[in-house]
Design a protein around this ligand. Structure first.
Ligand SMILES: Cc1cc2nc3c(=O)[nH]c(=O)nc-3n(C[C@H](O)[C@H](O)[C@H](O)COP(=O)(O)OP(=O)(O)OC[C@H]3O[C@@H](n4cnc5c(N)ncnc54)[C@H](O)[C@@H]3O)c2cc1C
Length: 404
């Protein structure tokens, strides 16, 4: 292995790849980030940052920037589309559990930009290479070998480890000997963005609005000019062509349906996503590792997927540093797999599947029982704390740390 090969190759410049690169660079571990695209993608995806994630980023000085750029959300609503508020959750009850008893709403492309700037300002010699698509990875006794497609043709790059942060369709995962079992939902999710301000008409900055026919989720993010943008997520039929979904009459029907108002909504963006629930059968195959959406994908209700990916890479980089500098064995990488994959199954998958079921429950009696349960939870501080520890990802984070 030459000196230049003694590095970690990172596939993917999304939020998880940039976080991995910044954490590795801070530890003094050489890395090269390879991104297939030519920029940070700014389509509307993750926007919610949970307390354990804020605690992790505080250790590397990023949280103050997130707090400055994002919205702090202490209360969020669970609503019934027809009857209104069912439960007003107060994350403040977590004040003994975390220094950040709230969510922060900040778009994922801004998080990528924050991390990229910190990385390149503080460690300007870290290669961040755009237009480089990892096509295939193999390994030998000395390290990993990646075939990378570039505008100049295919290149072969070597490294000591390959870290796949290349999203749900991960090429690194496909190069590993692992399955990606789970399922894909029948419906897709349509996301509409509007500047119409829902706060003065009684909504919280984050709202989950249940309905047997047309549930939706509504939340506010800072938006491209930091003046505020509301996103509304609806389930839509998979067979309807995207152009039909995006038609003005359709988007007006959907938004007016849940909050009727005089005049049309001005819809700024329309995006549609296929939604899956899957976890890789292993996060490690020798010197190849995966994190973030490459390792687990889930529906966005509860805002957990990206947060889970951040928890993956903080965990993994700490272990890689112990292997790199302290001569610990690669068994630590199996512990990474055990810790993070277990909680992906026990918390991420279970909670997000449950979140969606609760939103669309067609059994009226069952839905009433669920609402009563939520009302009981918010009426009792201890119950609310226990519930919010789970949905704010505190329990899952602690559970991972407890796995040997
Ligand atoms: C509508 C929606 C709302 C969501 N809301 C939330 C939320 O509120 N909170 C939350 O925690 N999560 C949320 N998520 C999930 C979140 O968006 C993902 O978990 C997150 O993007 C995962 O980040 P990642 O870096 O692992 O992958 P990605 O963001 O997919 O980034 C992967 C990167 O790798 C690059 N790449 C792909 N293939 C290759 C290759 N072969 N070689 C090199 N580069 C490659 C891609 O170009 C991309 O830049 C939401 C998702 C959706 C769809």
């Amino acid at each position: 292995m030459t000196n230049n090969d003694n590095r970690i190759l990172i596939a993917g410049g999304g939020p998880i790849g940039y976080t991995a690169a910044y954490l590795l660079a801070r530890r003094g571990i050489p890395c090269t980030l390879l991104e297939a695209g030519n920029k940070i993608f700014d389509d509307p995806r993750a926007g919610t940052i949970h307390p354990p994630t804020l605690e992790l980023f505080a250790t590397v000085g990023v949280t103050p920037i997130m707090l400055e750029q994002g919205y702090i959300v202490r209360n969020y609503h669970y609503r019934d589309r027809r009857a209104g508020i069912v439960a007003d959750f107060d994350l403040g009850v977590l004040s003994d559990d975390t220094p950040y008893p709230h969510r922060v709403m900040l778009e994922q492309h801004k998080i990528c930009a924050i991390l990229r700037k910190l990385l390149l300002d503080q460690f300007p010699n870290t290669p961040v290479v755009l237009d480089h698509r990892v096509a295939n990875v193999r390994q030998d006794g000395a390290g990993v070998v990646a075939e990378v497609e570039t505008p100049q043709g295919t290149k072969t790059l070597r490294g000591r480890y390959m870290l796949g942060c290349d999203g749900g369709r991960s090429q690194v995962r496909k190069s590993m000997n692992v399955a990606f079992d789970g399922f894909t939902y029948d419906e897709r999710f349509l996301i509409l963005s509007t500047r119409y301000d829902f706060e003065p008409v009684g909504y919280a900055l984050t709202n989950y609005i249940a309905d047997p026919e047309q549930w939706c989720a509504l939340f506010k993010v800072p938006g491209y000019d930091s003046q505020g943008m509301w996103r509304v997520v609806f389930p839509v039929d998979s067979t309807t062509p995207v152009e039909t979904l995006y038609e003005e009459t359709n988007v007006q029907r959907l938004i007016q349906g849940f909050h009727p108002k005089q005049g049309d909504y001005k819809v700024e963006h329309r995006n549609v996503y296929q939604v899956h629930q899957r976890v890789a059968s292993s996060y490690r195959d020798g010197r190849m590792l995966i994190a973030g959406d490459a390792a687990h994908i889930n529906n966005p209700l509860g805002g957990m997927g990206m947060n889970f990916g951040f928890h993956d890479v903080f965990n993994l980089v700490e272990k890689l540093a112990r292997i790199w500098f302290e001569g610990e064995t690669e068994d630590l990488l199996d512990q990474y797999d055990r810790q993070r994959r277990t909680v992906a199954q026990e918390y991420l998958q279970r909670q997000t599947i449950e979140n969606k079921k609760n939103m669309e429950n067609k059994n009226a009696a069952g839905q009433m029982r669920f609402y009563e349960e939520l009302r009981g939870i918010v009426a009792d501080r201890a119950k609310q704390r226990a519930y919010l520890r789970r949905v704010a990802m505190i329990d899952g984070f602690a559970r991972a740390a407890s796995i040997a």
